[in-house]
Each structure stands twice: as C-alpha cells, then as structure tokens.
Design a protein around this ligand. Structure first.
Ligand code: AMP
Length: 249
C-alpha cells in the first residue's frame, strides 16, 4: 500500500505575520517558511505505518511555488520515499488542493491520504473534508490515534465532548490532530540522503485541473492592538475594578 501525504509550505509558526503595505495579503518575501506543523504529524504517522509493515511507500505531495520543493525535501529527510510538487505561483484554495490531490491519487492509487487538520496560514480546515466529498472516500478527521483493524482503520477522533472512535474502510482520508504523534527531527545524514530521493515537478497546466475560485481576498488587516493587562494586588481590588472601571459586574 502507498500512503500519500499532503505537505504545505507556510509561514513558520515562530514568525510574526506582517500584513503587506497594500493590504493584499501577508508579507512572505524574506521570511522563514516551514512545513505546516500538522503536516509534519501527517508525515510522521505515514512513516510509523510504513515502519509497522502496513505500507510500502510514503509519497509527499505539495502544491505551490518552486520553493515548496524545500518542504518536500524536509519530508524526504524525515523518511518519505519520494515527492511530487504541483507547481504554481497562484493562490490555491482548499477545493482546488483537494482536486489536485485527487488527480495525484488517481495515478498513484494510495490506500490512504493523510493531510493536516488545517494549514496554519489560512486556518481553513477544509481540504481533507472536500477531498472526501469529491472522491467518496471515507474521512476520519482530527485523528489522535490510528489503528489497523481488519481491512480498514479504527480512528480515534478529538471531538468537543471527548474522544470518538470510528471505523473507516480504505482507501480513506485522515486529517491529523495535534496529539496524534510527536514528529521526528530529520537527522543530518538523512538530510543529505534526501537530496538524492526522487522529486517529480508537475506544472499545474499539465494536470488539467482548474484552480479557479469564487473567492476573492478583499483586504487583509492587522488585528486591533490589545490594551496591556494589569496585575491587581487583591481580590477586593479586582472586584472594585470589575465593578467601577470595566463595569462588568
Ligand atoms: P486547509 O484545509 O487549507 O486548512 O489545509 C488542511 C491540510 O490540507 C494541510 O494541513 C495540508 O496537509 C493540506 N494542504 C492544504 N493546502 C496545501 C497545499 N498547497 N499543498 C499541499 N498540501 C496542502
């Protein structure tokens, strides 16, 4: 079985996002970019499945500009076997990502697609669900545990009320939650080896998939500055301030 993993190149989670002067989006020039953290978890889970003898190959797929090859190389350094980049400089919305992943899956025929529960740049949380909708594959979202059971999977999901267990037939799509695993670091020798692993670059135009969208970003703004907090010396002072200044009690 092959496992396909979607990895997105995003602004590193340690970098403070700055809005571009023309308010058209976030400044991405000359800032550190990394693999979306939920996708690191997705790669880790795929590697563990392979190491447990349940899969033969882990393929990392990214959709984005040429620099996304670095993100794929990180996945290869962690242990993925090969990478596929669908190259485009255009903004790609979740539905188009889902369509492009479907395009790759039709060729590769994986038993499993693992994606992050959300990309930390746009926080859409849509790609896995949309992929399931357009392919008919069962979805197990917000996974915190994945176990093989019979011909399918038992997936523990993080839901508001606690943990929910579901069974899904394969092929299936899984979206990863934070507690699924702790991703490994790529070791230096593996970073060197990753340079030689196969990475196929496909031009978006050659996929025949349209990324047209009905969405248009009108304007991006910085969040409003919050007032600094204060430390009160006693409960009496807290109550007094809540009553007389904040007027909330
Ligand atoms: P989203 O629905 O945009 O929050 O993204 C959820 C997940 O879909 C991410 O964690 C990735 O695994 C995958 N994904 C979204 N956009 C891309 C992309 N451009 N390239 C590769 N994977 C992506």
């Amino acid at each position: 079985m092959k496992v396909l993993v979607a990895v997105k190149r995003v602004l590193d989670y340690n970098v403070k996002a700055r809005v571009k002067a023309d308010k058209s989006g976030i400044e991405l020039a000359n800032v550190k970019m990394s693999m979306n953290p939920f996708d690191e978890i997705a790669i880790e889970e795929a590697l563990r499945i392979k190491e447990a003898g349940k899969a033969e190959e882990v393929i990392a797929v990214s959709i984005g500009p040429s620099q996304s090859q670095e993100t794929i190389r990180t996945a290869l350094a962690m242990g993925a076997d090969r990478g596929i980049l669908i190259e485009t400089d255009d903004e790609v919305q979740p539905l188009a990502v889902a369509k492009l992943l479907k395009h790759v899956a039709e060729k590769e025929e994986p038993g499993l697609l693992i994606v992050g529960k959300q990309a930390i740049d746009d926080d859409a949380n849509q790609t896995g669900q949309m992929y399931s909708a357009i392919t008919g594959w069962p979805q197990a979202t917000f996974a915190s545990k994945v176990e093989f059971e019979g011909d399918g999977l038992k997936v523990t999901r993080e839901v508001d009320s606690g943990l929910e267990s579901i069974q899904v037939a394969m092929p299936a799509v899984i979206t990863t939650d934070l507690r699924l695993n702790e991703p490994r670091y790529a070791k230096l020798p593996n970073i060197m080896k990753a340079k030689k692993k196969p990475l196929e670059v496909i031009a978006l135009a050659d996929t025949g998939v349209s990324i047209e969208t009905g969405l248009k970003t009108v304007e991006v703004n910085e969040p409003e500055e919050r007032e600094a907090g204060i430390i009160v010396k006693s409960v009496d002072e807290l109550v007094d301030r809540l009553r007389n200044e904040a007027k909330v009690i």
